[in-house]
Ligand binder design. Structure first.
Ligand SMILES: [Cu+2]
Length: 424
């Protein structure tokens, strides 16, 4: 793939179906998706269908819900799609390397009645860490320095596999933009220019009321955001999606060139998207609270944590490439963090005792954040927990099986920040 600008070498990648990102899979809400993974890589792999309330056996987590698929072999994924929305699929075997090399794609589940927009565009936002001389991915996915800090941040940011992604649109045209952060660790600050927009869904799930975009949008790794935008820039003016670069300047992420006019005036605020079924989180106030401190990392460290059934000191953990822990456990333990009975409402209080932000992702079920006053936030599957902050999530454990709860900074997940819950 030519990821870097012209004049730089092309990049050898790992891909689904030969493209980065993989093909956009579109399916109807309520239908069944079937895909055969044929592994022609030289390493084992598996596919996770992120955000889908899925049959546990199809969740794609090597070592928990299936064995990794060896080179030359295949695995048939087949599952129902209960919810409309913006989801994605990605490797879940050594994901800090496999996702970074290109193994991800968008999974779009369409509502029976789509919203009133002229176009529906998927913008998969990623970053790549490339060696400018060779075009190769910098081959230190497991570097302790990045894993114990904020994680691997690329030196090139792009959308849909292009650093210079652009699209053309007419003035007052209405677009649905489906933003997906597929980066390993980068949290994107985003803003609109020449566009008037509303957030209509987060992590696939519709908001009750579309929220006007007035400020910087924050999209953590693995999170999605559906916007409905009207092109309000004049013909010839620049419009598009900007991101906050590391040097604190705003740079163009996706340019929209305005050509012609679709209507003389923009439309009013959009209607909310139809709700997905069975999403009520009930009984939150009386549900038990499970404490999950997020621990470790550079500058803080850990006194000790359990790893592979043994209690290890910080020094010993570091020797094992483990820099993080969730509630005193580094990596998957024999026993789950919690065992919940089907239909039970649970609260997990994640207190970030590290100096880094973490994008915590629960597999198989969506949750709401619960604020200190007891009010509930929007449905999500991935929440950003800032340093020294506490975030409480509440959900109904209505999906049977073994579900990961892990940091989606993939280097963190690979070095301790991965735990699991059992719904039985
Ligand atoms: Cu993390």
């Amino acid at each position: 793939m030519q990821l870097a600008p012209d004049g730089y070498p092309a990049t050898p990648v790992w891909s689904y179906d030969g493209t980065i990102p993989g093909p956009v899979i579109r399916a109807a809400q309520g239908s069944r998706l079937q895909r055969r993974l044929v592994n022609t890589l030289e390493v084992p792999t598996s596919v996770h269908w992120h955000g889908i309330r899925i049959d546990n056996a199809m969740d794609g987590v090597a070592g928990l819900t299936q064995n990794a698929v060896p080179p030359g072999e295949s695995f048939d994924y087949a599952f129902d799609l209960p919810d409309a929305g913006t989801y994605w699929y990605h490797a879940h075997t050594n994901s800090m390397e496999q996702v970074a090399r290109g193994l991800s794609g968008a999974l779009i589940i369409e509502e029976a009645t789509p919203p009133d927009v002229d176009r529906d565009e998927v913008l998969m936002i990623d970053d790549w860490l490339l060696d400018p001389d060779t075009g190769l991915f910098v081959d230190d996915f497991a570097a302790p320095m990045t894993r114990s800090h904020g994680g691997q941040i690329g030196n090139l940011v792009g959308v849909n596999g292009r650093y210079d992604y652009s699209l053309s649109a007419r003035q007052n045209e209405r677009l649905r933009l489906r933003l997906i952060n597929s980066a390993n660790a980068q949290i994107f600050g985003l803003k609109l220019e020449g566009l008037t927009g509303w957030t209509v869904a987060l992590d696939g799930m519709p908001l009750d009321t579309p929220e006007p975009v007035t400020d910087t949008l924050v999209l953590a790794p693995a999170q999605r955001m559906d916007l409905i935008v009207d092109i309000t820039a004049e013909e010839g003016e620049t419009a598009g999606l900007l991101f906050a670069a590391a040097d604190d300047t705003w740079r163009v992420l996706a340019e929209v060139s305005v050509e012609g006019r679709a209507a003389s005036v923009p439309r009013g605020a959009p209607q909310p998207l139809p709700r997905n079924p069975r999403m009520e989180v009930v009984g939150v106030d009386t549900a038990p609270v499970l404490e999950m401190p997020l621990q470790g990392g550079a500058m803080r460290g850990l006194e000790s944590a359990a790893f592979n059934g043994q209690k290890l000191t910080w020094q010993e953990l570091v020797q094992q490439g483990q820099f993080w822990a969730l509630a005193g456990q580094a990596g998957l333990g024999e026993a789950p963090f919690a065992t919940l009975s089907r239909g039970e409402t649970a609260r997990i209080r994640m207190t970030n005792d590290t100096i880094f932000p973490h994008a915590m992702h629960l597999h198989g079920m969506h949750f709401r954040t619960r604020k200190e006053d007891g009010s509930l936030g929007p449905l999500r599957d991935t929440v950003l927990v800032m340093p020294n902050e506490m975030t409480e999530i509440a959900f109904v454990a209505d999906n049977l099986g073994k579900w990961l709860l892990h940091c989606h900074m993939l280097g963190h997940a690979a070095s301790g920040m991965t735990n699991w819950i059992m719904v039985a």
